[in-house]
Design a protein. Structure first.
Length: 76
């Protein structure tokens, strides 16, 4: 699976509190990801970063959307 990385950025839409962490779909350069963590105390964000690092060997940081379901991640 190829991620739509543009200018070292990846757009994602996160659904927290899911039964498991997985990529749901990729549509129009937006990656929809289910996260098995609650959206509190940065738990879902940390799980997202951990998932992308493990699955795709990507080191990312959240550029925008830290408290939103829609985020722009920067590949570092």
């Amino acid at each position: 699976m190829k991620l739509p990385i543009v200018n070292n950025q990846l757009k994602v839409k996160v659904t927290p509190n899911s039964s498991k962490t997985e990529i749901k779909s990729i549509e129009n350069n937006l990656v929809k990801i289910n996260i098995n963590a609650p959206p509190e105390k940065d738990k879902a964000n940390k799980e997202l970063i951990k998932f992308l690092k493990k699955q795709f060997k990507l080191s990312v940081k959240i550029k925008t959307g830290k408290t939103s379901r829609e985020k722009v991640l920067e590949i570092v």
